[in-house]
Design a protein around this ligand. Sequence first.
Ligand SMILES: Cc1cc2nc3c(=O)[nH]c(=O)nc-3n(C[C@H](O)[C@H](O)[C@H](O)COP(=O)(O)OP(=O)(O)OC[C@H]3O[C@@H](n4cnc5c(N)ncnc54)[C@H](O)[C@@H]3O)c2cc1C
Length: 361
Amino acid sequence: MISVPLLIIGAGPAGLCAAYRAAEAGVDVLILERAQKLGGQLVKQTHKFFGSEKQFASTRGIEIAKILTDRLEGLPGRVELQTDATVLGFYEDGVVTAEVRGKFMKYHPECCIVATGASEKTLAFAGNDLPGVYGAGAVQTLMNEYGVRPGNRVLMIGAGNIGLIVSYQLLQAGVKVAAVLDAADEIGGYLVHASKIRRAGVPILTRHTVERAYGDERVEHAIIHALDDEWKKIPGSEQQFDVDVICVAVGLSPLTDLLWQAGVDMKYIGALGGYVPLRDADMMTSVKGLYIAGDVAGIEEASSAMVEGEIAGIAAALRLGFITEKNEILKKDCLNQLRQLRAGPGSEKIRTGMALAGAYV
Ligand SMILES: Cc1cc2nc3c(=O)[nH]c(=O)nc-3n(C[C@H](O)[C@H](O)[C@H](O)COP(=O)(O)OP(=O)(O)OC[C@H]3O[C@@H](n4cnc5c(N)ncnc54)[C@H](O)[C@@H]3O)c2cc1C
């Protein structure tokens, strides 16, 4: 059993920012990350981010991952980064088990920050088990991490930011996008992303859904149909698209398995993507010393994930006795940044969800 002052699970923007603030205050930190690379979703993001300057707006996601990792060196606290390290269990006595490069390990952290991000939602339709039906995360990983095109002609399901951005990245990679569908009345993502793909000639069909995928060995074509006011099929509205890829981008759910195991109080909040842990303004859950940050706390954006990570990192440092005036001031500043990030009319859903989860809004 290895004792550690602070264990952080997940090295996405939330986990990396938590580590930075805690180590800056003098805490020794261990980060366990199941992937081979550090940065979470950021390593797949080739586009320039929106948001505020403090959260690296106008910088490409992949570059933000490098900035957040590089600044972990030379801090008063030591940051140990373990990749290929999957946390498997979180026990009620606070013991955490993990597989670290093929070895089974046991840790006993004094404090822990869970920053495991999210998993993709999927969609039930006939033929969705055919090769060629992908989640948007898999398409991004193939293209942006490994330089492999998933196919030649894609039907995108979902016109939120992820569906729109991945459609644009497919076009940039020379793949044809036949159409983007969404069951909702309106495009869910930013209009700037929608305009870019419309300008490239890709139709965005709202109030439409996929009915069925056909093919012998893999996807060869898809049938879609229009939906009426009650979200039922409009008879005779079927259209066929000859595609070899159907990409599903219909939202994310917080990846909360470890929190359930730890016995954290959870609540279903649709506005945050599903079951989320209840938390206080310090991002601490109902289990003392166990904090959360980022998409696992509610599906939002990298900008708020970074600020939540900072808050959790500072709060854990304070709990471990690393109390400085600077920490208190920094925490207040982070809380104000979060409030500003969630201030616009477009963030009303998030504000409502966060209030239900007990977060500072
Ligand atoms: C296509 C796309 C475009 C986006 N564009 C933007 C944008 O322009 N601006 C913006 O602000 N946001 C954007 N986002 C959202 C942003 O990427 C996420 O909100 C952000 O990455 C969440 O950060 P996180 O640290 O909570 O989770 P993640 O980035 O998902 O990181 C979680 C990490 O935890 C690790 N992990 C999970 N389980 C375990 C385990 N059991 N053991 C060890 N490690 C584990 C994962 O491997 C991962 O590295 C975009 C997302 C997508 C998919």
